[in-house]
Every structure is written in C-alpha cells, then in structure tokens.
Design a protein around this ligand. Structure first.
Ligand code: PLP
Length: 449
C-alpha cells in the first residue's frame, strides 16, 4: 500500500493534463497540485491513468463519505436510474425516504419542528438559500460571518467567505456582510492566546451588536462553521459556540450553521453542532448527503422561519432521485455499520499518530475532530504560515501514494478527509506516508527558503 516513490505525472496523465490546460478554464485547481488524471476509484483508493494507486484522503473534498463506489450505493443508484432520475420538486418515494432519513438523524428535540428545502445541487446553493430565507423571515438585510470561514464560490457564498484573495478580483461584492473574529486559538484574533482566553472574540460580537453606535443594524443571520474546513481545520471552541448561540437567541437573530463539510458524520456525530450543545435555527448540508458523490444540497430549518411563498426559491436541479435513493441508503449503512464509531476510533488513531509530529520545528499545530484533520506548518523563527512547505509535503505525499489537500492561511495546513468507513490499516499506511513527508520537509533546509 503506497510505498514506492513515483515520478508524477506519468505519460498518460500528462497528456490529459495538457489537454485540460488547453481547453478548460484557468480557474481549475486540484490538478495543479495533484497532477494526475484519474482512471478509476474504489473504496479509499484512486488509480491514475498510468496505473499508480493512491490512498485518497481528499475523497472529492469530503463528498465520498462511504468511499468511492460503495457497492450497495451503486446498486440503489443503478436501480433508481432505471426507475426515475429527475423529479423537480414533485414528491416521490425516493425523496420521501430521503427526507425521513435526514430528519431521523436530527436530535429528538429538533425532529418535529424542522423543515427541509431542496436547493440547487451545490453547497453554495444551499448557503444562498439559507441567507435568502433568513432575510425574508426577519426582513433584515445584514449578515454576520466569521473570519477564516469558507462558504462557497457563488457570489453570495463568496461574500460570506474570509478568503480575500478569491474576493479581491471581483469588484462590487454583496453588501451587508460583516466579519467578526472566529475562535482560532492557535492565532488568537484578539491577541490574547488560549492561556488568557476569556472568549473575547464572542464578547466583541456581543458588544458590537448591542452598541447603538456599533455600526451594524440587527442582522438577519449569523453564519457559522463549527469546524472551519477550507480555513485550515479549526474546530471552534465550545465556549465560543455556546456564547454565539446565546447571543443569537437573546437578540433573536437566526443562527445558521454551515455543515456542508462537517455534516453527515464527518466529525463523529451526524452534525457537528450536536457536540457543541446548541440547536441552530438553520442547518446547511450538502457534500456527503448521498454518500457516493451524487449532488444534492438542502437547508433544514426551524418551521417558524418558513415564511417563503410558493416558488420563492426554485431551481431545476433540485430533484435528483439518484442522490435521494443513495442518501437514504447511506443513512441506513451508517447506522447498520456503526460508521460514526469508526469515525471516532479512526480519528483517535490519527490524533495519536500525528500528535508526535509536534516535536518537529515546522509543525505548529495538529487539529481535528472525527475524520477531519489538519497539520499546520509554520516557520519556527516567526510563526508565519509555511504554505510552501505544506505544498511540498502535499507533493511528496502524492509521490509516496497519498492524496491530501492543503488549506488555511497561505495553504499552510495539510488536510485529511478520509472516507468515514476507512480501515485502521489504511489510516496507518496514510499516517506513515504523511509523517515521512512532513519529517522530510521539516529537515530539508531548502524548504526554509
Ligand atoms: N460551505 C463549506 C463549509 C464548504 O466547505 C464548502 C465547500 O468546500 C461550501 C460551503 C461550498 O460547497 P460547494 O463547493 O458544493 O458549493
């Protein structure tokens, strides 16, 4: 499993990468740093056109929660394709089973008061829908988002995203979005650090919203990621989240949790908010809902917000029956195979293996929840994000047979998003590769330049 060091890309991948560069947009991303063309994939593995096999700890950016081509999901999708594939928003047995499966995964206290809306197929579509819903319900126009967060690439979702580099070239962004600090204790936005933490990041928001001179009219929503994924795998502090939820309740501002990446078991519970002891007003979910990569996105929201008139939020691709059939089956498999237990056990295994890296000078933090992990690399001399070193680690991992992603400030966090049913053996092999790559980069003085 993933031992040999390869020359990449191989000749057949090179040819497709060349054709892609000729015909596709300059905005293409993943193959720039992961230069392979994919031939096939199964479970936790991907094979490129040149026959190289990789452990896939990117899994379609967290989409393939039950791995590539889970046989039972393939079977239900194939069956559904013969029966009926696309149904706008008509009721169908597949859709009904999907809705009931999703509601059954909510905490008992929420199940009966939440409603679902099907959005366009991507996470960003559901983020847009959540904002529209809250603006309509509250008749307010401002939104509070948090620094470092990522919510997608549509115009609205990008406006809510912290990534200045992506926003800067697009003039005249969506107005009314206000950024507040997130509890990123490794680089405390209030300058205090974890040892003196009084959750001043949350206090700052509370005071600003209550201050008649604070500059922000009461917002329509607070938009929060509980673990910032693309932002560098930063789990929010529980006290921070609980304070934000309390502020939202006291000021009657709907709290939206963006669980596009953290949802569907990724953090060890079906939704991450369950681990924070809060009940949000709106949940945004997408990526892993079908378990096998069929696109689907939803918002699940408190029925008191259900103020939309007929047709208030439409879209042609809201009726993907293949995704519904797979999603209902994925829930059944998650429960039957105790997948959430596996997420917690494999997460503990990763924690144990990677925490040893903290003795290396370039490793600043190892963070994660469930099967969402990140190793932040920083210059030991001044703590500045070491994106170049992280990118070298990513390239080295690929040569050694492991696909990983980078994220966070300057992409200095090497990120792991394995399938939720990954085995102990595969996690072990992947961690060995990552440890070898980080150790090599950490001792390679050329990386310092
Ligand atoms: N929200 C979060 C937290 C995400 O991580 C992402 C994508 O990575 C999105 C929203 C956007 O999802 P999509 O790329 O499907 O539009």
């Amino acid at each position: 499993m993933g031992a040999a060091i390869r020359q990449l890309p191989g000749p057949r991948s090179s040819e497709l990468l060349r054709r892609q560069a000729r015909w596709e947009s300059n905005a293409r991303t993943y193959p720039r740093r992961l230069p392979i063309a994919i031939a096939r994939a199964s479970g936790s593995f991907v094979q490129d056109l040149d026959g190289n096999v990789f452990i896939d700890f990117l899994t379609g950016a967290g989409v393939l929660s039950l791995g590539h081509g889970h046989p039972e999901l393939v079977e239900v999708v194939a069956r559904q394709l013969e029966l009926h594939a696309h149904g706008l928003d008509f009721p169908t047995p597949a859709k009904d089973a999907f809705v009931q499966a999703q509601l059954s995964m909510l905490p008992g206290t929420m199940r009966d008061r939440m409603k679902l809306h099907f959005c366009g197929p991507a996470g960003a579509n559901a983020v847009d829908a959540a904002i529209k819903l809250c603006k309509t319900a509250t008749r307010r126009g401002e939104i509070v988002s948090f620094q470092g967060g990522f919510h997608g690439s549509s115009h609205m979702a990008m406006a809510l995203t912290g990534l200045v580099e992506q926003k800067a070239p697009v003039p005249n962004g969506v107005p009314g979005v206000h950024f507040f600090p997130y509890s990123y204790c490794g680089r405390c936005p209030m300058g205090t650090g974890p040892e003196h933490c009084a959750i001043n990041c949350a206090t700052y928001l509370e005071l600003a919203l209550q201050d008649p001179n604070g500059g922000i009219p009461l917002p329509a929503a607070l938009m929060l990621e509980l673990v910032q994924g693309e932002g560098g795998v930063i789990p929010a502090r529980p006290e921070f989240v609980q304070r934000i939820a309390r502020i939202a309740r006291q000021l009657q501002i709907p709290l939206i949790v963006d669980e596009v990446q953290t949802g569907c078991g990724r953090t060890g519970t079906w939704f991450a908010f369950e681990q924070y002891g809060i009940e949000p007003d709106v949940i945004v979910a997408s990526k892993a809902l079908s378990g096998i990569g069929m696109p689907v996105a939803i918002i699940i929201y408190d029925e008191r917000l259900d103020c939309w008139g007929p047709g208030a939020h439409t879209g042609t691709f809201r009726g993907n029956q293949l995704a519904f059939a797979a999603g209902a089956e994925a829930v059944r498999i998650v429960l039957r195979d105790r997948i959430l237990d596996n997420v917690r056990q494999r997460g503990a295994q990763i924690d144990q293996r990677l925490s040893r890296l903290l003795s290396l000078p370039w490793v600043r933090e190892v963070r994660g929840m469930g099967l969402m992990w990140g190793v932040e690399l920083a210059d030991p001399r001044d703590g500045s994000p070491a994106g170049a070193v992280a990118r070298e680690v990513q390239a080295d991992c690929l040569r050694r047979g492991l696909i990983v992603e980078c994220g966070g400030r300057d992409d200095c966090v090497v990120r792991l998003l394995p399938p939720l049913n990954v085995t102990e053996e595969v996690v072990d092999a992947a961690c060995s590769i990552l440890v070898a790559a980080i150790t090599a980069a950490s001792t390679d003085t050329t990386a310092v330049a």
